[in-house]
Design a protein around this ligand. Structure first.
Ligand SMILES: C[S@@+](CC[C@H](N)C(=O)[O-])C[C@H]1O[C@@H](n2cnc3c(N)ncnc32)[C@H](O)[C@@H]1O
Length: 317
């Protein structure tokens, strides 16, 4: 095992999470839907001695390391292996009807980024895998990159990574794979580098690579689809007065979260052209953050990976 568990992923916005979570019932339940190495979960267990924490984590290795870390908290904490896309079913299976606070800290852990075999990093060589969990029947990034046509690859990069030069990079991928499959992260990096040539500087190339890798990761794991399901099931399973806290790191998940939050706040889903509501739906929740809560300058100075984090909160009526 590399390093101490506490070092392999530093939780972000911990003080802000503790300040904003709510226990509306006696012995309330906090669900950490992206348990990771338990950084947020442990902060909650320590800060709220009467709380119970239910953690959900998709990754096998991560959850087994985390279970060891949570062992001292005994019955106060349960770690469930699964995806927050199935949040409703996982809570039902655990015999839980409604909860007080749910945290979703979307994105990749530092541990995954720094593990070359996962294929998430554009600076470490490894297979182009990028799946959070292997047995879901998901295609690897390698399968997508070597088998999909140029227009599909362009769409993935444009829609999931807002990648500039997406068309040019997609064509370069298709030309390169004629000789032999693009099998590793650094081979993909080389294709992107050659495709954009001298058009951008080194710093900008790093940003572009981050966007390309993000796009394929989102596509491989169907992240936006899963996030939308998780947001809806999360809000639906809150107690009245309970809160959903969502930490996002890029604009696609921020925009999706904002859209779903607004829908729950508005209630009515009638098209704009319909003058009088016919759907009969009423607001179910209240948005508490018009703008995302960002990490302090001190936190960013201490943990550079926190710099793109932003937290949005909605409260169930
Ligand atoms: C940014 S990390 C969260 C870190 C955690 N809050 C901590 O303090 O250690 C995101 C975690 O969510 C997990 N994850 C990604 N997609 C998931 C999903 N659909 N369902 C559950 N967990 C997921 C990742 O494996 C990763 O461990």
């Amino acid at each position: 095992m590399r390093g101490l568990l506490g070092d392999i992923h530093r939780p972000v916005l911990v003080a802000e999470v503790l300040d904003n979570l709510r226990f509306v019932s006696e012995g309330g339940i906090f669900v950490d839907a992206t348990l990771g190495f338990g950084g947020h979960a442990i902060a909650v267990l320590e800060h709220f001695p009467n709380s119970t924490v239910v953690g959900i984590e998709i990754d096998d290795e991560t959850i087994s390391l985390c279970r060891k870390r949570l062992a001292p908290y005994g019955d106060r904490c349960r770690a469930i292996r699964g995806t927050y896309g199935d949040l409703g079913d996982l809570l039902s299976l655990a015999g839980i009807a409604a909860v007080d606070t749910i945290l979703m800290d979307t994105g990749v852990s530092s541990f995954d980024i720094d593990t070359p075999e996962r294929g998430f990093s554009f600076s470490l060589d490894g297979p182009l895998d990028m799946r959070y969990r292997q047995e879901f029947g998901l295609e690897t990034a390698e399968a997508i990159i070597n088998h999909e046509n140029a227009s599909y690859l362009r769409r993935i990069m444009r829609d999931y990574g807002e990648v500039p030069f997406a068309g040019r990079i997609a064509s370069a991928i298709c030309s390169r794979r004629v000789n032999s499959p693009i099998a590793t992260t650094l081979q993909l990096v080389e294709v992107v580098r050659r495709a954009v040539g001298g058009r951008i500087g080194r710093m900008k190339l790093e940003g572009l690579l981050a966007q390309v890798f993000q796009a394929f990761r989102v596509a491989v794991n169907r992240e936006l689809e899963v996030l939308e399901a998780g947001l809806r099931q999360g809000i639906d399973h809150l107690e009245s007065g309970g809160r959903l806290l969502v930490i996002c790191y890029e604009s696609l998940s921020h925009n999706l979260t904002k859209r779903v939050f607004r829908e729950y706040e508005r209630g009515c889903i009638c098209p704009k052209e319909v003058p009088v509501c016919v759907c009969g739906r009423s607001p179910k929740a209240r948005i508490l953050t018009r703008r995302a809560i960002s990490p302090s300058a001190a936190e960013i100075a201490d943990n550079i990976r926190s710099r793109s984090a932003g937290m949005r909160i909605i409260e169930r009526l």
